[in-house]
Design a protein around this ligand. Structure first.
Ligand code: ZN
Ligand code: ZN
Length: 166
């Protein structure tokens, strides 16, 4: 009984996810349900997503695609982003915490070195730190956008972001 309930709950969730996907590019008016995960597939290069109708015509014509349900990709992408976000946050806090302890000394030393040698090419911790702050705020704004797509179950959007950042 419990496993039946879990199965029903899973179906409802998957249907809900399904309803939130984009319409298929084939003009059937159906939403995409599958994606091709065949490596080096010549047809699914930019757009890997397709609907039931595309799926059955692909099966009938015997083309060698490897199809998987879209909600599986969605949960994988969500998990990846959550892990990445956690790692970024943890690293940022750790680095800031450690830098704080030496910040005034580092600033003083860098100013001193630069004032006596303006061709200094060595490591500049304060510069690196400024770049890291910049990276952190860029990451946070990207993640805010990604989070929106995660909440809306927008698999195709998340997938395109994943290719660029993850
Ligand atoms: Zn289609
Ligand atoms: Zn394919």
């Amino acid at each position: 009984m419990i496993s039946q309930n879990i199965a029903t709950y899973r179906d409802i969730t998957n249907n809900k996810i399904q309803e939130r996907q984009d319409l298929c590019s084939c003009q059937s008016g159906l939403r995409v349900r599958f994606y091709c995960y065949q490596q080096n597939c010549k047809i699914h290069t930019k757009n890997i997503f397709y609907c039931d109708e595309c799926f059955s015509s692909m099966t009938e014509s015997g083309q060698g695609h490897q199809s998987r349900m879209i909600h599986k990709l969605l949960s994988e992408l969500k998990e990846k982003w959550m892990k990445l976000q956690e790692l970024e946050g943890k690293t940022y806090h750790e680095v800031c915490f450690k830098f704080k302890a030496i910040q005034s000394m580092a600033e003083y030393l860098e100013q001193f070195i630069l004032s006596s040698n303006n061709t200094f090419k060595g490591k500049r911790l304060c510069n690196d730190m400024a770049n890291f702050h910049l990276f952190d705020s860029e990451f946070k704004s990207i993640f805010a956008e990604v989070e929106g797509y995660m909440n809306e179950d927008k698999t195709a959007k998340l997938y395109s972001f994943d290719e660029t950042y993850n």
